[in-house]
Design a protein around this ligand. Structure first.
Ligand SMILES: NC(=O)c1ccc[n+]([C@@H]2O[C@H](COP(=O)([O-])OP(=O)(O)OC[C@H]3O[C@@H](n4cnc5c(N)ncnc54)[C@H](O)[C@@H]3O)[C@@H](O)[C@H]2O)c1
Ligand SMILES: O=P(O)(O)OC[C@H]1O[C@H](O[C@H]2[C@H](O)[C@@H](O)[C@@H](O)O[C@@H]2CO)[C@H](O)[C@@H](O)[C@@H]1O
Ligand SMILES: [Mn+2]
Length: 455
C-alpha cells in the first residue's frame, strides 16, 4: 500500500502523515511518498515527517521524498492532493486585490476563489494524468486542493472517468464546534444531513443518538451570539480579532472569529438550517468587507502563525534536536482524510460528505452540477444519498454560484475572457459588471505566470 501526498510541502503534511501512521493497521500502509515542486519547502517538511515515522511512532513505514512524477506516482494506491498553486504569496493577492475594489477578499470565495481556481485547474488535471499513467489502475485520488468546487467541476468536464473524490473538511469542522458547544464527547455518534455546493451549503438536520439536536444548537447560538464552545469565549481580549497570541484557539481570534460570529447573524434571519460558515461571504458580503483589513488578511495570519510555527519548529529541531509537537496540527483534518481512505480500501460504507456529480440526488438542481451531499463510501466509491427538492432561496443562490463556477471553468478551458468576465459578474460578492471587470483585469495581471491566456 503506497500513499502519495501531492503538495508534500504543505503545512498540513505532518498532521496528515501522523494520522495515516496511527491508522497503519487499518490502511496496511507500507510507504508514504511526498511530492512537491518546491524542493526547499518539501525537504524541510520531510525532516519532520521522517521524525514522526522513524522516531516518534517508529512505525516502519518507508518514506520517499521526491520531485519526480514517475517516482511519486509509480504503483501508488492513494494520492492525497493538497496543492496550493501559487502558494501563500498568491493567496495574499487573491484576498487583497478584490478588497481594494471593495469586494470580499477570500481564499476560495468570490473573485479570489475564482482566481485561485484558474491557477489550479490544469495542475490538477496533470495530477490525474500522472495517476492514470503511473499509479495502480485501482488508484483513488482524494483531492482537497482548493478551490474544491471549481477544481471538481474542471475534473468532471475534462477527465470524467478519473478515480477522484473531492472533499472538504469545513462541515466536519462545524460539527466539531457543535459537539464542543453541546458537550458531546463521542462525536462519531452525530449524523447530519446537508446539501450545497462546496463552501456553499446548509445542514438541514443534526442528530445525536437519534435525538434531533437542531433546536439545541439553535438555542445555544442565539444565547451565545456565536457558534464557538464557551471554553473558547473566556478570553474576551482575544475575541474580535484583537489578539494574535499562540495560546488562544485560532478560531476565537483573527478572521476566524467573524466567521463563527457570522453563523449567528445568518441564523437570526434564517433559523431553519445551520449554514456553512462560508455562506457569510455571500450573505454578508458588505459587512465582511467592512471588518476586513485590506493590508492584513487571512493569508498574513496564516504566514505569521501556522506556517511560521511549523518552519521555526523544524529549524529548532535541526539546531537542538528538540521537537515541539504543537508546531504541527494533527487534529480532525488528517483523521478525516485517513477515515475516508479506510472506507474506500476496506469497503466500510461509512457516511461522508463528498463533492460529486448531482445525477438527480437533488432533483431541482442540474444533473451535471457538482454538489456536496452525504454518501456511503465503499470500495467502488461514493453511493450518494438522494435528497428531496430544495427550497427556492437556497436553489436560487446555488444556481447563481454554480453557473458562475461553470462559466469560469469553460472560460479557462476555452481561453475566453468573455466567459470569465461573465463568471466574475455573476458572482454574488460583486456589485456591478464594471467592478467585475476591474477586479478581473487586476487579477489577470497578477496571475500572468499561472492563468491560461484569455482573449
Ligand atoms: N478542502 C479542504 O477543506 C481543505 C482543508 C485544508 C486545506 N486545504 C487545501 O490544501 C492545500 C494546502 O494548504 P496549505 O495551507 O497547507 O498550503 P501550503 O502552501 O503550505 O502547501 C501547499 C504545497 O503545494 C505545493 N504545490 C503548489 N503547486 C504544486 C503542484 N503543481 N504540484 C505539486 N505541489 C504543488 C507548494 O509548493 C506547497 O508546498 C490548499 O489547496 C488548501 O486550500 C483544503
Ligand atoms: O485560513 P486557513 O488556511 O487556516 O483555513 C482555510 C481552510 O479552512 C477550512 O478548513 C479548516 C477547518 O475549518 C479547520 O477547522 C481545520 O480543520 O483546519 C482547516 C484548514 O484550516 C476549509 O474547509 C478549507 O477548504 C480551507 O482551506
Ligand atoms: Mn474546504
Amino acid at each position: 500500500m503506497i500513499i502519495t501526498i501531492v503538495g508534500g510541502g504543505s503545512t498540513f503534511t505532518p498532521g496528515i502523515v501522523k494520522s495515516i501512521a496511527l491508522r497503519k493497521n487499518e490502511l496496511e500502509v507500507d510507504e508514504i511518498r511526498l511530492f512537491d515542486l518546491d524542493k526547499k519547502r518539501q525537504d524541510k517538511v520531510g525532516i519532520l515527517v521522517r521524525w514522526i515515522l522513524d522516531e516518534d511512532l517508529k512505525c516502519g513505514i518507508k518514506l520517499t521524498i521526491t520531485y519526480d512524477a514517475e517516482e511519486a506516482y509509480k504503483d501508488a494506491d492513494f494520492i492525497f492532493a493538497q496543492m496550493r498553486v501559487g502558494k501563500y504569496a498568491m493567496r495574499e493577492l487573491d484576498e487583497k486585490i478584490p478588497l481594494r475594489h471593495g469586494c470580499v477578499g477570500q481564499e476560495t470565495c468570490g473573485c479570489g476563489g475564482l482566481a485561485y481556481g484558474m491557477r489550479t485547474i490544469f495542475p490538477m488535471i496533470q495530477v490525474i494524468d500522472d495517476a492514470e499513467k503511473y499509479a495502480k489502475p485501482t488508484y483513488w485520488i482524494l483531492n482537497y486542493s482548493n478551490p474544491a468546487s471549481v477544481v471538481s467541476e474542471a475534473c468532471r468536464k475534462l477527465r470524467p472517468d478519473a478515480r477522484i473524490i473531492n472533499i472538504c473538511d469545513m462541515p466536519i469542522a462545524i460539527i466539531d464546534m457543535v459537539a464542543a458547544a453541546l458537550n458531546i464527547k463521542d462525536k462519531h455518534n452525530i449524523v447530519y444531513d446537508y446539501y450545497g455546493l462546496n463552501h456553499f451549503g446548509w445542514f438541514t438536520g443534526i442528530e445525536y443518538k437519534g435525538e434531533d439536536m437542531m433546536p439545541k444548537i439553535r438555542d445555544y447560538i442565539m444565547e451565545q451570539e456565536i457558534l464557538l464552545p464557551s471554553a473558547y469565549l473566556k478570553d474576551k481580549a482575544a475575541l474580535a480579532g484583537k489578539s494574535n497570541d499562540n495560546k488562544t484557539n485560532r478560531h476565537a481570534k483573527g478572521s476566524w472569529y467573524y466567521v463563527w460570529k457570522g453563523v449567528y447573524e445568518i441564523m437570526k434571519n434564517f433559523p431553519d438550517t445551520l449554514p456553512n460558515t462560508y455562506l457569510n461571504y455571500y450573505l454578508q458580503q458588505k459587512e465582511f468587507v467592512e471588518h476586513s483589513d485590506p493590508n492584513h488578511t487571512r493569508a498574513n495570519e496564516v504566514m505569521e502563525t501556522r506556517e511560521k510555527n511549523l518552519f521555526d519548529g523544524i529549524d529548532k529541531y535541526l539546531a537542538s534536536g528538540e521537537i515541539d509537537e504543537t508546531v504541527f496540527y494533527a487534529g480532525s483534518h488528517g483523521d478525516w482524510i485517513a477515515d475516508l481512505a479506510i472506507a474506500l480500501k476496506n469497503d466500510t460504507k461509512a457516511r461522508f460528505l463528498v463533492i460529486t456529480e448531482n445525477k438527480g440526488a437533488i432533483p431541482n438542481m442540474p444533473y451535471d452540477a457538482m454538489v456536496e451531499v452525504p454518501a456511503y463510501i465503499g470500495k467502488k466509491g461514493p453511493e450518494v444519498i438522494a435528497q428531496d427538492n430544495i427550497p427556492l432561496f437556497q436553489q436560487g443562490m446555488m444556481m447563481q454560484q454554480l453557473n458562475c463556477e461553470k462559466l469560469l471553468v469553460e472560460g479557462c478551458i476555452e481561453g475566453s475572457y468573455q466567459k470569465v468576465l461573465e463568471a466574475f459578474t455573476l458572482n454574488k460578492t460583486v456589485p456591478s459588471m464594471k467592478v467585475a471587470k476591474e477586479i478581473l483585469d487586476d487579477l489577470m495581471e497578477a496571475n500572468k505566470e499561472y492563468w491560461p491566456t484569455l482573449k
